[in-house]
Design a protein around this ligand. Structure first.
Ligand SMILES: Cc1ncc(COP(=O)(O)O)c(C=O)c1O
Length: 400
């Protein structure tokens, strides 16, 4: 009998972190590896935000804070939600944690009982199903299809809801596909939720600011104000402000839920890093100009990668609205054999052969619940992307 719990046996380590680690190990061993696995911007944290962190240290803001965040940050979050999303919240409806990941985890731990179901549209961010399992709930995967650019339809959502459904986890723009829901597409989903008053929505708006062309971001409580009392709006500073290592995420929602989340956090990690909280105040209240500047670069890279991947034999890649990921299908490569003699049975074999034979690290689609695909993170230099995509093209052309 294992010393470890049954719960821990039910979950997987994060495959995205595993790919990044393996690529790092191969690199350290002298292999020429290009990593397209990491889910973080390659930009540095803006100087004004770093300065705010340094100032916090110099001013001795280095002690415990209230478990779910300082009032100044909660006020900045309320101002942001009003400014960007037209949503009215007060600080007692806000919780700050060590990254968006902890916010989501706290919310699930605070609300799930055994047997409670959580609808997760696939392709999904790898952590959602495992977090639900850790919190004692049951993930129910609702598969979107490539025909709708990986966006869930109203019928698909309707079919996934049962009497036991507690939450829908919604994520737009999405990790791993970059797909962003338009107002109409989201309204079709919120209409379904209006017919099921026992279902709440946990919306993960982490990639809100990373949107290209004329895509306009919207969030459930904005599209359907009657959902306000059963919506948890989750966001953070990791992606748009290039602050992944600072570990600050936040959520706004009904006060009784926020209180429950605070209880979880107060008995586990306590407050998120005090210095990082002060830096996040500056991120939200300070200049936002660099976001648009970074987006010009991200959009250029997206276009480059989509074009080159569509030029690879057997690969087809939709153009996503946001985030910094693309999610090409490799349906045309399955069943073929690689130059080293590997039969490409599925997307995991494809990704492993690609890494071993060309040194390009991507994450296989099965990890995100929809195959056969792989995820590319284009948060790396144009040179790296060109070289990696050209290796992918050569690899695919050499499949027989
Ligand atoms: C969709 C999504 N939600 C949440 C997170 C977690 O972000 P954080 O680094 O703030 O914990 C990520 C990070 O990769 C993500 O892709």
């Amino acid at each position: 009998m294992s010393f470890l719990s049954d719960t821990i046996a039910r979950i997987q380590p994060s495959p995205t972190i595993a790919v990044t680690t393996l690529a790092g190990e191969l690199k350290a061993a002298g292999r020429d590896v290009i990593g397209l696995g990491a889910g973080e911007p390659d930009f540095d944290t803006p100087q004004n935000i770093k300065d705010a962190g340094v100032r916090a240290i110099a001013e001795g803001k280095t002690k415990y804070t209230a478990p779910d965040g300082i009032i100044e940050l909660k006020q900045a979050i309320c101002a942001k939600l009003k400014r960007d999303n037209g949503l009215d919240y007060v600080p007692s409806q806000v919780s700050v944690s060590g990254g968006g990941k902890q916010v989501l985890f706290n919310a699930l731990v605070a609300t799930l009982n055994e047997g409670d179901e959580v609808v997760i549209p696939a392709p999904y961010w790898v952590s959602y199903p495992d977090m639900v399992l850790l919190a004692g709930g049951t993930p129910v995967v609702a598969e979107a299809s490539v025909q709708t650019n990986y966006k869930l339809t109203a019928d698909q959502l309707e079919a996934a809801i049962t009497d036991k459904t507690k939450w829908l986890i919604f994520n737009s723009p999405s990790n791993p596909t970059g797909a962003g829901y338009s107002w109409e597409e989201l309204k079709a989903l919120t209409d379904v939720l209006m017919r099921h008053p026992h279902v709440w929505v946990m919306t993960d708006d982490m990639y809100e600011h990373l949107a290209y062309d004329d895509f306009e971001f919207c969030t459930p409580a904005q599209v359907e104000p009657r959902l306000y009392d059963r919506t948890l709006t989750v966001n953070g500073v990791s992606k748009a402000y290039a602050m992944t290592g600072w570990r600050i995420g936040y959520a706004a929602g009904p006060e009784h839920l926020i209180k429950g989340m605070r209880k979880v956090q107060s008995q586990s990690t306590s407050n998120p890093c005090t210095i990082s909280q002060w830096a996040a105040v500056e991120a939200l209240n300070g200049t936002q100009d660099f976001i648009a500047e970074n987006n010009v670069i991200f959009k250029r890279r997206r276009d480059l990668v989509v074009e080159m991947l569509n030029g690879a034999e057997g690969v087809s890649c939709p153009v996503p609205e946001g985030a910094f990921y693309v999610y090409p299908s490799v349906a045309g490569c399955i069943g073929k054999t690689s130059p080293a003699g590997v039969l490409i049975e599925n997307d995991e074999v494809f990704a492993t052969a690609l890494l071993e034979e060309t040194g390009v690290a991507v994450v296989f689609g099965a990890a995100f619940g929809l195959s056969p695909n792989f995820r590319v993170s284009y948060a790396t230099s144009d040179e790296n992307l060109k070289e990696a995509c050209s290796r992918i093209q050569k690899f695919c052309a050499a499949l027989t």
